[in-house]
Design a protein. Sequence first.
Lengths: 753, 289
Amino acid sequence: MTTETKYRVIGTRPVRPDGVDKVTGRAIYGADVVLPRMAHGKVLRSPHAHARILSVDTTQAEALAGVLAVICGRDMPAVSGMAAAGEGGDMNMRYASNNVMAHDKALYEGHAVAAVVATSPHIAKEALKLIKVEYEVLPPVIDVRKAMEPNAPILLEDLRTDTGGVKSETASNIAAHLIAEEGDIEKGFADAAVVVEREFTFQTVHQGYIEPHACAAEWRADGQITVWASTQGSFAVRQQCAAILQHPIGQLKVIPTEIGGGFGGKIPVYLEPIAAVLSRKAQRPVRMVMDRTEVLMATGPTPGAYIKVKMGADKNGNITAAQGYLAYEAGAYPDSFIGAGMTCLFAPYNLKNVRIDGFDVVVNKPSSTAYRAPGAPIAEFASETVLDEIAETLGIDRLAIRAQNSAKEGDWRPFGPPYTRIGHQECVAAAQASAHWNTPLVREGKDGKKRGRGVASGYWGNWDGISSCIGRLNPNGTVSLLEGSTDIGGSRASIAMQFAEAFGVTYEQVHPAVVDTDTVDYNDVTGGSRTTFGTGYAVYKLAKKMQGEIVGQLAGLWDVPAESITIDGSSYSSNGHSATITQLAKLFEENGIHINASITAKGSNLSGAFATHIVDVEVDEETGKVDIVRYTAIQDAGTAIHPSYVEGQMQGGVAQGIGWALSEGYVYDSEGHLKNATLLDYRMPTSLDVPPIETIIVEVPNPTHPYGVRGVGEVPIVPPCAAIANAIHDATGLRLRDLPMSPSRVWEALEKQ
Amino acid sequence: MRAIQYAAPRSLGDAVAILQERGNKARILAGGTDLIVQVGEDARDVDVMVDGKHIPELMELSFDPEKGLTLGAAVPCYRIYEHPEIKKHYPGLVDSTSIIGGTGIQGRASVGGNLCNSGPAADSIPTLIAYGATVRIVGANGERTVPVENFCTAPGRNVLAADELLISIHLPAPSAHSGACYLRFIPRNEMDIAVVGAGVSITLDDNGIVTAARVALAAVAPTPLFVPEAGDSLVGKAPTEEAIAAAAEIAKNTARPISDMRGTAEHRKHLVGVLTRRALHRALERARA
Ligand SMILES: Cc1cc2nc3c(=O)[nH]c(=O)nc-3n(C[C@H](O)[C@H](O)[C@H](O)COP(=O)(O)OP(=O)(O)OC[C@H]3O[C@@H](n4cnc5c(N)ncnc54)[C@H](O)[C@@H]3O)c2cc1C
């Protein structure tokens, strides 16, 4: 299903501008940056999950031939204050600085404690072994409920619990307690014919981007710093580096490279400030590249959690009340996207009586960061499996209960404002009409395996944010489109398509490029499903502005009133004059006229994206292994600018969701050591674990965007865990409430059944 | 990471001479899919890598209906599972070699390397034990032969002395009415280390009675585990559902797995029973085919 032919360019499927370079290996990623006289940095990481750093002796490392400089916490500037850093809102920069390089305490295994720069990466690695760090090992706390206990080891002595702006008197691992309330839950539960209350636990999982973190930095003698970064936000890197390095922001330039996946994990800086400080000391450009173990130990991940959900419904299946208790592991420093989790918890449904308590809790694990719909997949795993149980208890069809309770325009949501036009009902209806849902399930698989079908819905909000871009009409009628939104999922194409649509030219006439922070004005990060929405909105306005300039210039050249000039696609006419953009470009050049414009725009996106998924699983009851045999993802894209990329986002989200559901999870020992910091034992799904994923794009245009765009990147990771759990229940009768639903857990549950 | 030397001897004698001179700091390099990874991760301290792939005996792959199969220690997996006689006579070996890593790894990884790396979860070792394979070893003091079930001594350790290397592996000629199978359990469908593996072989007489059977397990003990009692329990019997279940139960009770991030001890023990049973059924089908 795609857009009707209301548009010329939107809804078509052109080739992406970065495609050839990527498939031929010519694209430059973070680790591909090569600079004259470049040196190589490496990080020494804490072997302890919780330890006071008593001393760091770098003398032996410094003496090794080829070593140019060694730094540790004392070489980093003292930092305070906040800086804007993407959809998570403001970041406490002291914490951010401490996360980049531990100053007095190591708070998780893998926490950076020192760094070396040498003439080769091998020498740098050898030199790490020569740095002597003296630790006082402290008891770690790695589980959220243990961290909340009154006598738990305290990670951050200055941390106080913030409850609605009121701070606790004593230090605590609970950074915040948030409350969202509406109606009267006591009454709601009293009105219910069925009430289901369940507890859930979740392990930490990683974004699993293909490209490990990598960057290069050059700190010149004149104080100018240039950073090459594989990032979701070059301006966020600039802001964080300015704050962490205490350096004037105007003397920092960030050049974004191609990026091999981010999913939220490439918003915080890890290596960039270290590379800059090493560069200053070594007086050379410095490149730093993490290996996979460093990526897993020290970057990302998404919070582990404990969740309790209680829902009640009347005998007809109408939800009467819902209550949630969410405790998220922020990792070493506060901010676990708990608010987002709370917003999403019951988001697909119209609720009158709700109470949600959310806790943001620090534990001795890597500082968590955004991961595709941060906070939502685990929250909605809880609510969507509880709702499934209610439907089963009442004997109501699983999609019907979702349709009848569906949220609509004007309905309440936590932290407001009410919903604008949204498309959850349409997603459920499309699921009901789908080939998958209407194909009866064959319950017996190969060798007596059991099959089951599950469904779940999911929600993720869309962020608007600020986008800037520059358009330049070239003498041959093409347009150079300079963007600051780094392209993590095909946005160069989807932005160029919207510009082409608005400017009246073909997609091929638009040449998009992602440029550095000195070349284009401010852009928020590529995150929060915002770029096709927000930067699309900016280029729409840019196209209108450029058309205005053309009209102004034409009025002079043709000697006609500007108001008389009409625009039809790419042709401009007035009073017998008529010319296409290509002809005009030439005419302007001949007359020394140059059409260029820049714009900074902030859209206002109060809408959001919904999805409903259907999955068939096959369970080997003897071994506990679950295989996905059929999967259909249905999603409201608003308007699918480039349907192939929308489908790709949907399929990618599902693939990650399958991993989260079945095999991914950090495994810690009692001392807080991560036992599976390799891709062999941190089990992301392989191509053999993910079946072809069918997609159905629903289009309920977003009223707050000129083309009706909704963010599509994040919501497809929300329903899979719940849909798969519901399918496992359908196959086996088991209700699994702990992720991942690994073979040993499934088998153990079957044994107990 | 330091510079490492590379040597490419053309004969067994030259290779042994290097091993003798450099001792523990010299390692034979076959496919390198274990060795290079381990050196890169600082898990092995190596001064010189001695490439075995230029020594003719290590690259030999030959089948003789009388003498059986000679598998040079450095022959990569893909040459094994693509070999027509191996496909016909040693399907268990095809099971093992076609699941080690993926296509890319199989282009390099050897069964000799899998054996010498001596991991408890190695996918080819139970199969070699099930086939009753022996290995030919050479060192400064000459040659010797060792049955595979006696080769591994602890995780990552084996009977090879510092001056010794593995030349080849010998699988006896297949008897009539015999079949073998290797099955492993992994949480994903590829790219995992065995949570449990079971390699079995079974031989029937003309009346369908079991004359020999062998069962060996991966990932449930410090070394690949040969369970003679399990196979022996079938000998002299018709391979009925019950007899096979009983053999699987013996294997299960012999396994002594640990709990780690790859699986719990209880689940592993249980899986030994399931996989041994399934593998015996599959081997039986092959024996009857
Ligand atoms: C991505 C990946 C996936 C993998 N998947 C699997 C899997 O599914 N199952 C599995 O079992 N293994 C797996 N492995 C491990 C590895 O591929 C196998 O163990 C492989 O069979 C090793 O063979 P090799 O020829 O590469 O050995 P090498 O790495 O060359 O050698 C391994 C060890 O044996 C020694 N050695 C080799 N040949 C001799 C010899 N002739 N004499 C004395 N010592 C010798 C070496 O010195 C070294 O210590 C995987 C590895 C990788 C990287």
